[in-house]
Design a protein. Sequence first.
Length: 163
Amino acid sequence: MQNLWAPWRIEYILGKREPYCIFCPEGDGLSDEERLILYRGRTTMVMMNKYPYNNGHLLVAPWRHLAGLRELSEDEMIDIMRWVTTCTVILRRVMRPEGFNVGLNLGAAAGAGVEDHLHFHVVPRWPGDTNFLTVFADVRSIPEHLQQTYAKLRPHFEKESNS
């Protein structure tokens, strides 16, 4: 038998939550790297999901603390969609997925983990990337550590934000 290690998931499993909104600019004084933030724009941010469904699972959110789509300004809507698109371009270049799941969960009943600050999920997908563990044990197997994925993606986001 082989062991499958995903040590960062224990925080989520045990219910430990950050004492601040992960999408708000301040972030309790933590660095962007500690928060897994890949991009900071005027109205929008991109960060890695600390509890991913797959390697490269990204979150795109407005800086303003908003729960609903109708609360977004036109500039925020445009910027968010621009960065959702940019995320797919960067992930395709770096990780070579064959597809993506892109979407958002509005409200707890829809599965929103942070229901009062809307955010889009960008999840790269490959054939056969899910397995029996999710179905039988409610466990996901993520083959690359978050910090390795962050180090791989960060330079591409720096390049995009400077262009």
